[in-house]
Design a protein around this ligand. Structure first.
Ligand code: GAR
Length: 203
């Protein structure tokens, strides 16, 4: 049997998407191994939960350093861990072009809106304030622009008149947890390829 593919997770906070990926692996819904979890925040709850799960989990300081300097250390750490795929899971930093080039088409991000609508911070509030009737989440390949690369999959969530930011974020998050596992599975299956902006099934 081929060895399972290695995933590196980058996070900055709560880490519920990381947890969902780890749970999917534990439940064998996803064949992969989390080789390393890296946070740029020392007090990220996701880092704590990775350590509790017995995973290799590191804090790599970003504050007060240039993006290039910080990214160089993160890249070296991911390479040392021999990761096949990098998954951003609530990693609230823009990657440098060097980072994107170091893992071509091997970095995924999840974002809580139907991109290209509402990129950036507070996507759920943006959708509510705009009056969108449908929102959701997007898993996409990372390129050098914020919340921008080719879309792997999206899940929709209705925006209800009774919604506030928190209720909408909660319903979107449930879909995020399903979507990330599905997207990682698709990418690791080798059954999809990128054609321009489009992610398509290989013929
Ligand atoms: C998630 O909603 C994720 O989509 C969002 O941050 C949250 C992290 O939650 N990411 C972005 O907005 C990226 N632009 P988590 O730490 O519980 O996974």
């Amino acid at each position: 049997m081929a060895p399972s593919k290695k995933i590196g997770i980058l996070l900055s906070g709560r880490g519920s998407n990381f947890e969902a990926i780890a749970d999917s692996i534990a439940a064998k819904r996803l064949t992969a191994e989390i080789a390393i979890v890296i946070s740029n925040k020392a007090d990220a709850p996701g880092l704590e939960s990775a350590l509790r799960r017995g995973l290799t989990a590191l804090f790599i300081l970003s504050k007060g350093r240039t993006r290039e300097d910080h990214d160089a250390e993160v890249i070296a750490t991911l390479k040392h861990a021999q990761v096949d795929l990098v998954c951003l899971a609530g990693y609230m930093r823009l990657l440098s072009p060097e980072f994107v080039r170091a893992f071509p088409h091997r970095i995924l991000n999840i974002h809580p809106s139907l991109l290209p609508a509402f990129p950036g911070l507070d996507a759920q509030k943006q959708a509510l304030d705009y009056g969108a009737k449908v929102s959701g989440c997007t898993v996409h390949f990372v390129d050098e622009h914020l919340d921008h690369g080719p879309i792997i999959l999206q899940k929709t969530v209705p925006v209800l008149e009774t919604d506030d930011e928190h209720s909408l974020a909660k319903r979107i998050l449930e879909q995020e947890h399903i979507a990330y596992t599905e997207a990682i599975g698709l990418v690791l299956s080798g059954e999809i390829e990128i054609q321009g902006r489009k992610v398509v099934r290989k013929k």
